[in-house]
Design a binder for this molecule. Structure first.
Ligand SMILES: *Cc1c(COP(=O)(O)O)cnc(C)c1O
Length: 403
């Protein structure tokens, strides 16, 4: 079986994790701090806080920003459930909008139409590693009419004076817009380092901050380090100082810090990230070269004048295929021992969100793109032989089902 996206675990990763284990310090410590610094430098953001997942990073973020009952957060219907689950847990209402254009990203016109005085944040998602239209989104929240109807309900929101723009950058580590990397393109970005993502720490994530100049990012960093550790005034490392056992808790926090074992993997992954991106790009180009000659294939965009993808997922679409035919094609591919996937089922198709009243009929673009989409294997260790096999397998399966 050709797997879909196995992590790259080799002797280098094993050696660094082993070194962390042997150092005797396995929770948040020097490797996590180094990893945060390296991410800040790579992404070009102001500061970075490493956490144990994308999900908990954004959960803490929404809590910090004071988002809760009565508030609205806008997001696309076409995303992973995590993007919406965190909003539900914050107490706010997820306002889902459709996607538009040739890519799989949020429709900025639909965002504009969905904004109300209750809107506190927008979570745009960089589906497949191709960045959302941040030029348009960043401009939109700064429009006079948008600023005028913005209703802050705490000091932080007042200080910003407009809707907060959050990137769900779970897919887009290393992607660029106008030459600037993901993590530096909106107020705050959240990365995921889950095992299937481009850059992994087994499980993990990072918040990258890029707020306007009137925010003190050193203070924000300190505040988050406390918030992700129960609100404890001293972390485990600080408590190892002689006699420094005593701490206080000013407010109940969360528990979602990254460990040095995770950071050890991340340090190696980041050090050689460019070769990962280069290989992924080769795979994307090979898929495009092979499929663009097929009249049934809709090729995903991944490089334009302003944007370059992080090459996370290759979202091939089969023109004319119904949802049932797409599922059949995937069964045929699986029969030939190739693992493919679908990214994503629009959230209204999931019971949890259907039960909350979201209707797929209101998201025709999301449904249309989902219905005939197949995600193909992309990862550093995918060999040229296996790449050829994937291409042949997909062609055979499509021909069989659509003939
Ligand atoms: C993976 C993913 C997440 C969640 O990441 P975790 O680190 O598993 O919490 C969020 N959004 C998108 C789009 C994802 O693909």
């Amino acid at each position: 079986m050709i797997p879909f996206s196995p992590p790259r675990i080799d002797d280098k990763v094993i050696a660094e994790v082993t070194a962390a284990l042997k150092s005797g310090w396995i929770t948040t410590g020097p490797r996590t701090k180094q990893f945060e610094k390296n991410i800040t430098e790579y992404c070009g953001c102001i500061t970075t806080v490493a956490v144990n997942s994308w999900t908990m990073g954004v959960q803490v973020l929404l809590n910090w920003w004071g988002i809760g009952e009565g508030d609205e957060v806008i997001l696309p219907a076409y995303t992973y459930c995590a993007s919406a689950n965190v909003i539900v847990h914050s107490g706010a209402k997820p306002i889902m909008v459709d996607i538009a254009g040739k890519d799989f990203n949020i429709d900025v016109e639909a965002v504009k139409a969905a904004i109300t005085p209750r809107t506190k944040a927008i979570i745009a998602v960089d589906i497949s590693g191709f960045l959302a239209d941040y030029d348009a989104l960043n401009t939109l929240v700064r429009e006079e009419a948008m600023i005028n109807q913005f209703t802050p309900n705490n000091e932080l929101q007042e200080k910003l004076g407009r809707i907060l723009v959050i990137s769900d950058a779970a897919h887009s580590f290393g992607a660029t817009l106008n030459g600037k990397r993901a993590g530096s393109l909106t107020d705050i970005s959240s990365f995921s380092f889950h095992a299937v993502k481009n850059l992994t720490t087994a499980e993990g994530g990072a918040l990258c901050f890029n707020l306007p100049e009137n925010f003190d990012h050193d203070e924000i960093y300190k505040e988050f380090c406390v918030k992700i550790l129960h609100g404890q005034s001293k972390d485990a490392l600080a408590k190892t100082q002689k006699g420094a056992w005593k701490y206080d808790v000013n407010e109940p926090g969360f528990k979602c810090n990254m460990t040095d074992l995770q950071a050890a993997i991340g340090l190696i992954e980041l050090e050689r990230y460019q070769e990962n991106l280069d290989r992924r790009k080769q795979i994307f180009d090979a898929y495009t070269f092979a499929f663009e000659q097929e009249d049934w294939a809709i090729i995903p965009p991944y490089k334009t004048d302003t944007k370059e993808s992080s090459y996370h997922l290759y979202l091939l679409r089969v023109d004319g295929a119904t949802e049932q035919q797409r599922d059949e094609i995937i069964r045929e591919i699986a029969e030939m021992d190739v693992a493919v996937n679908v990214h994503f089922q629009p959230l209204p198709l999931l019971t949890a969100y259907a039960k909350r009243g979201y209707r797929i009929e209101n998201y025709p673009e999301a449904y249309a793109k989902y219905a005939n989409e197949i995600s193909l294997p992309v990862y550093y260790d995918l060999s040229d032989d296996n790449l050829k096999t994937v291409i042949e397998t997909v062609k055979i399966a499509v021909a069989k089902v659509l003939s």
